[in-house]
Design a protein around this ligand. Structure first.
Ligand code: GLU
Length: 477
């Protein structure tokens, strides 16, 4: 296999999982770093788990994160179709081959029979697996049952007493005893293949060179290796990525809010931060650097720097990283990306200069895009001061500051940063007040709260007349 071809093969269960994104990203980085191809394949053979719109959502999320695949549904390619439910013919053809070569057999056991079997094995403290009772059926019995239309599945006959060796590019040589492997169902009673059959057939026909997937699939790999052998095909290279763990090192939460990439994007995490953060979930660069663009990752990623140990999903770190990107990316970008959040917060944005200055101030104090409009609310809504806001200030001091500004501002319109600075100096001297007694009433008057950005920014964002109007209104209060 000369060409590097990897696939991301999600089941469309409704959203892109953080773990799925990590696999997709590593597939992408691995392929890009070696000039290979990256394939998107939709594994939708479990008809009971189909969710409407899931495929479109998935593709949209990957696109939003700038992970552009080379082949896949809606993209095209020479090995399609890339949706498994459109490849049933192929799975049937290969299932028939396995049947004829004696590697697969019909099983007519009902769910009730299987449940009973499982219970008996559990009670006898045996390894729970199919006891192969249907393997004992004669060819005539099988044909009679088929003719009578009895529901059935097709099972893979696993070898007995066989030790499987998985050569994994991350984990090294892993030995797995086949006595632990069940006779896997390959074709279900609804005629659809299981994941195992479909994935192996597709990986072969799509000429996948490296199967990169989560560690949870490692225990299935012997079945896959055996399938390759039975079908007379060369197996791909195996790459099992470390588990992603919660802070307490348990397996990553399954709650959708914690693991759905769409939800992270909606909350206002930036694609740059998500990609950077996810890249570091199991892979370590050669130096201590933390920040990488997707392009840089494509250059330097390599599997030999992926660890075996589970990677902890540290939300605090993601927030910090997102906050850093929020401050470092070009202001234009942040302005543009924060727009929808202003809309959903019901806030009307002001003209360009004010808006840019406002977002500049807000991004220095936010970790998420969604926090930007919330911070800006104080500029966009007239303060509604209550008695409790005024409890901690001396009314006389407040009156001094506010009346000074009310009297002196208009003569200096239009204000600019330099003028505001010198006015503040003048006012401090004229009122003789200490910093806190001076700034608190001014900020309360202009912003409705005691904390806020520096005064030149505040004046610039509010504009001359709005600033004056707010000061006058507070003075009356
Ligand atoms: N469809 C499987 C999943 O949802 C893919 C596993 C694999 O990559 O082989 O994770």
């Amino acid at each position: 296999m000369s060409q590097i071809r990897v696939r991301f093969a999600p089941s469309p269960t409704g959203y892109l999982h953080i773990g799925g994104l990590r696999t997709a990203l590593y597939d992408y980085l691995f392929a890009r770093s070696l000039g290979g191809k990256c394939i998107l394949r939709i594994e939708d053979t479990d008809q009971s788990r189909l969710v409407e719109g899931a495929v479109e959502n998935l593709i949209k999320s990957l696109e939003q994160l700038d992970l552009h695949f080379d082949e896949g549904p809606g993209i095209g390619g020479d090995y399609g179709p890339y949706i498994q439910s459109q490849r049933l013919e192929l799975y049937h053809q290969e299932a028939q081959r396995l049947l004829h070569s004696g590697h697969a057999y019909h099983c007519f056991c009902t769910p009730e029979t299987l449940a009973e079997m499982r219970q008996q094995q559990q009670e006898a403290k045996q390894f729970v697996k199919y006891d192969r009772r249907c393997l004992a059926l004669s060819e005539e019995q099988v044909q009679a049952k088929l003719a009578a239309g009895e529901p059935h599945v097709l099972r893979l006959k696993m070898p007995d007493d066989h030790e499987f060796v998985v050569e994994d590019l991350i984990r090294g040589t892993v030995q797995i005893d086949a006595s632990q492997s069940d006779d896997q169902v390959l074709v279900k009673s609804d005629g659809f293949p299981t994941y195992h059959l479909a994935a192996v057939v597709d990986d072969h026909y799509m000429q996948i060179s490296h199967v990169i997937r989560g560690e949870e699939w490692l225990s299935s790999t012997p079945k896959h290796i055996w399938l390759y052998q039975c079908l007379g095909w060369e197996a791909p290279q195996w790459v099992h990525l470390p588990l992603i763990l919660n802070q307490d090192r348990s397996k990553l939460s399954k709650r959708m809010n914690d693991v759905s990439v769409e939800i992270y994007l909606q909350k206002g995490y930036l694609k740059e931060a998500l990609i950077n953060f996810i890249a570091l979930l199991g892979w370590h660069p050669a130096d201590d650097r933390e920040f990488y663009t997707l392009e840089e990752l494509c250059q330097i990623f390599s599997l030999d720097r992926v660890s075996k140990a589970g990677a902890v999903f540290d939300l605090t770190k993601l927030d910090w990283m997102n906050g850093s990107y929020l401050k470092e990316l070009p202001l234009e970008t942040i302005v543009e990306r924060s727009l929808p959040y202003f809309e959903s917060a019901g806030l009307k944005v002001p003209e360009k200069d004010k808006f840019h200055r406002m977002v500049e101030v807000a991004r220095q104090r936010s970790n998420l895009l969604a926090e930007i409009p919330e911070y800006c609310r104080m500029f966009l809504e007239t303060p509604n001061l209550q008695d409790k806001d005024l409890q901690n200030i001396q009314k006389e001091d407040a009156k001094k500051v506010l009346s000074w500004f009310a009297a002196n501002l208009p003569a200096h319109f239009p204000l600019d940063d330099g003028k505001v600075d010198s006015l503040v100096k003048e006012a401090l001297a004229a009122t003789g007040l200490k910093a806190k007694a001076f700034y608190t009433p001014l900020r309360l008057a202009m912003l409705g709260q005691a904390h806020g950005p520096d005064l030149p920014s505040t004046f610039a964002i509010l504009g001359d007349s709005e600033a004056l109007a707010r000061i006058q209104a507070a003075l009356e209060l």
